[in-house]
Design a protein. Structure first.
Length: 429
């Protein structure tokens, strides 16, 4: 990490939509200089060119409250700029310490960022962009997750509308309300009234096929029974206001969910292509339970720069998996770390949860902690903490994970997990 004497200037940059407030503190000392940078390609490029000329291309440190976005992407291309993204809470607490009144304005925040960077540079981590493949994986996996969450929200709303006005449709949705066959049915018949008025040929075409059982009647008779059941089904309400509103909502929710289905499918293809190019793909796909969804997210979390996380604890702290300790006098409290990238923490939580289905020692760990009376979410965080040690070691060594080797080490060290592991199979005679 760079020391404070290596920078020709310390700059605080307070982001705004149209123009960013800037404060420059020369490294050699002097008066703080305030200014503005327009948020457009020419404005940023001209400002950076002035900095390069003024400080002779020497390293310049910039502190800002973000680690991504158009401004960061514009600045990361200049080799003499070293970016220090900080959590907004850090600036908020620093401001509150110096200005207890709560006074706040953009130029003042820019100066606070510059002074915070200059005075506490040894406590901050410089941001270095990952390679293009890792950045692409990180952006795409986060975007996919957001689309999945949006789809869940929309399907929940769709389910509620159907329960109010179109209960009959729920008999045909199967396991997923976002399945293409079910959405196609709703697109064709967005209300129960329209479905019941459909001809037998239309119903035969659009109703989902059912697997016949041994004691079922012939196919023709079964179809007639299903059509008769559709015709006789009673609506939950006859209120036209409710029915007209629900029909409009259902028709448009179907369009939105189908659009999200396409977006998620395209993102899956892009993620698979990027992950195939990642040099550490064999390492991360070797972990039990990672699969097509979580292995790319783990690769995006670590990247390819081995100096970024010298020890496992660096990732444990950054991701929020490692707890924090608050101690004062005789009081000592260990609690969850909240100030962290939420998607990163979620990645390790979800991987720990998935690993318990495929890794024998992970399953044993969950059983052991349950027997000790720990809460489930606490157990999963503890399991993620242990996996991060293994993930980091394999990543640093560029070696795929070997479950048998890890189990052997647990037995050699007399781990408490041994009592919860299934017995080893006896050697064949």
């Amino acid at each position: 990490m760079m020391t404070t004497t290596q920078f020709a200037a310390y700059i605080g940059l307070d982001w705004e939509q149209e123009a960013h407030s800037v404060c420059v503190l020369p490294g050699a000392g002097g008066v703080a200089q305030q200014g503005e940078v327009k948020h457009d390609p020419d404005g940023i490029a001209n400002w950076v060119a002035e900095l390069r000329q003024r400080f002779g291309g020497q390293p310049v440190a910039i502190c800002l409250e973000m680690s991504r976005g158009g401004l960061v992407y514009a600045l990361m291309q200049y080799d003499f700029l070293v970016l220090y993204p900080i959590n907004p809470k850090q600036l908020s607490d620093y401001r509150a310490a110096l200005y207890p009144s709560g006074a706040k304005n953009d130029p003042n925040d820019a100066e606070l960022l510059a002074r915070f960077l200059r005075d506490h540079n040894d406590k901050l981590r410089a941001w270095h962009p990952d390679d293009a493949v890792t950045r692409g994986l990180r952006l795409m996996t986060e975007q996919r997750r957001k689309w999945v969450q949006d789809r869940v929200a929309l399907t929940n709303e769709l389910q509620q509308r159907l329960r109010e006005s179109y209960v009959l449709a729920l008999d045909f949705c199967g396991d997923d309300l976002w399945s293409e066959s079910f959405l196609a049915l709703l697109e064709k018949f967005p209300s129960q009234r329209e479905l019941q008025r459909a001809s037998p040929k239309q119903l035969e075409k659009w109703l989902p096929k059912k697997r016949r059982k041994a004691d079922d009647p012939p196919a023709d008779e079964l179809l007639r029974q299903r059509i008769a059941a559709v015709r006789k089904a009673k609506p939950l309400t006859a209120d036209r206001a409710v029915l007209d509103h629900a029909r409009l909502v259902v028709a448009n929710l179907v369009l939105m969910i189908r659009a999200l289905n396409r977006a998620i499918t395209e993102s899956d293809q892009t993620i698979a292509e990027l992950f195939a190019q990642h040099p550490d793909a064999p390492v991360f796909e070797s972990f039990p339970g990672a699969g097509k969804a979580l292995a790319p997210r783990l690769a995006a979390a670590y990247g390819t720069d081995r100096d970024k996380f010298p020890e496992a604890e660096d990732m444990q702290q950054l991701s929020g998996i490692a707890p924090i300790t608050r101690a004062s006098g005789k009081t000592k409290v260990v609690q969850m770390r909240w100030a962290c990238p939420k998607f990163l923490r979620q990645t390790f939580h979800e991987y720990a949860l998935a690993s318990a289905k495929y890794s024998s020692w992970a399953k044993a760990y969950v059983a052991m902690r349950k027997a000790q009376g720990h809460r489930y979410q606490e157990i999963i965080r503890g399991l993620a903490f242990k996996w991060q040690r293994i993930l980091t070691r394999c990543w640093k060594d560029r070696q795929p994970y070997d479950e048998r080797r890890y189990l052997q080490r647990l037995r050699e060290h007399g781990s408490k997990l041994i009592a919860y592991l299934p017995p080893e199979p006896e050697p064949a005679t």
